[in-house]
Design a protein around this ligand. Sequence first.
Ligand SMILES: Nc1nc2c(ncn2[C@@H]2O[C@H](COP(=O)(O)OP(=O)(O)OP(=O)(O)O)[C@@H](O)[C@H]2O)c(=O)[nH]1
Length: 557
Amino acid sequence: MSKFPVDKIRNFCIIAHIDHGKSTLADRLLEMTGAIAKTEKNKQVLDKLQVERERGITVKAQTASLFYSHDGQEYLLNLIDTPGHVDFSYEVSRSLSACQGVLLIIDANQGIQAQTVANFYLAFEAQLAIIPVINKIDLKNADPERVESQIEKVFDIPCEECIRVRDGGNMLTVSPCVSPRAPGGSVDDPFKALVFDSNFDHYRGVVANIAVIGGRVKKGDKIVSAHLSKTYEVNELGLLRPEEHATQKLFAGQVGYIIAGMKDVKEAQIGDTLYRHDHPVQALPGFKPAKAMVFAGMYPMDQSEYPALRSAIERLTLNDSSVTVQRDSSLALGAGWRLGFLGLLHMEVFNQRLEQEYNASVIVTSPTVPYKAILSSPKLIKSRRGVQRSMVYIDEQRVMLKYLFPLNEIVVDFYDLLKSMSSGYASFDYENTDYQAADLIRMDILLNGRPVEELTTIVHRERAYSMGKAMCERLKESIPRQMFEIAIQAAIGSKVIARETVKAFRKNVLAKCYGGDITRKMKLLKRQAEGKKKMRRVGNVDVPKDAFISVLKRKEK
Ligand SMILES: Nc1nc2c(ncn2[C@@H]2O[C@H](COP(=O)(O)OP(=O)(O)OP(=O)(O)O)[C@@H](O)[C@H]2O)c(=O)[nH]1
């Protein structure tokens, strides 16, 4: 029998606006329950990915099972730490499906922000118990009373239900079981589990994270995945503490991992239902697929790397199922894919993870948003800028505005711009509506007369000139001088609308090598060749691959 009956289990998520302190609170809970040692080094321990450590943000939800005793009772707390940035909200909604409660963290200084509202509604719609936790009460300008009244006004949660903490501390003294609601289900039901996340291990194949809805499962059991109706034998299972901790069995109400000889990434569908082969059950509803907002082409630097890159993309999309993948090919770049992301940060993080976790080197084309084009008929309707939809005052100092925007106006740098214009005070969240007609044209970027396919963009006719000029200027900054002059042009059809020139220059890497030290010469030439590998050749011009993203990042002034 399980040491933890269902009523002694609490599965909960930590959700919040970016930087409001989710990972810090998760650290405190890990420390208080003895899962990690209390040292200065243990900071944001659930942010395991290199990209998370480097950027200081959570991009991937992480699970940790904690043992906690209170009043002589043993509890099993399964905590899922989630990302805060809007580009990773799909991680949040999937994580919520494994929980019955959430801790909604709110910064005592900043109060309710855009993702606080968005995440609250995700939890509310999933009918979870919501506990507001006001964090950072030690900050000089902290105003927990104001934040409590915001919470009462916007979310209709009474002030008395809010918990105030500092650095995520004292959570367990104030709210001993973390969440009031225990999971449903019973160990006597037939085995049924929801796959809410998975990743690919080079040696063990697919490792699926599951929430056991009913019954129990143990090593050696034959289980079926509802999606493919394929039978597997359970090789290993256990809890995440947060590292994998193998156990004999998993019981109803528990959250853990399972390895069952799935070798192909297509076998482990996120949202799938697992059940015992001799006891079929009705499949769970699964998840709504994420809706990609930003698309970009992805190609190997060298076509010989195509198979390796394909497998890297497949494995990484298993761990990030919000990315859509379609095969694509281009005359200039060969065979590749068209990938869909939830935003530009999501695209950058995916790219960085491919490089860091799979050692892949890729060319990414300029990001675009989906358009519907009616060819060879005039596009008559004028450009649409932001159209205000509603305005609600959260308190005397804060207002929530809803606007309708063309998607391409907001995905690239709107967030950064809004932040800097409002000195960091404004926050932003968006959701997709419908297609709208607009006066758009295709703009090409040419290098010495050759179009650079990756930089072709669709722009609003009124903004083509300033966009073209800005892109040429930024490309000039990014392309190193080469042995010949390089003309950078922006063109609409055959009409050139902007031009910049990179002057000729020769970098002789052997210039400082006197005499005949052949090994040193070879080393320098090799290093130069490796540098060139990171370049994409357009005609005779070498373009650093970072240039493709940096050219688009800041729009025209
Ligand atoms: N002064 C103060 N700082 C805090 C407190 N809690 C967290 N912080 C700091 O706030 C910053 C953000 O905290 P994180 O825990 O990384 O925030 P997060 O919500 O996990 O961030 P994302 O996952 O990127 O959305 C860090 O520098 C923390 O040290 C607190 O109670 N007081």
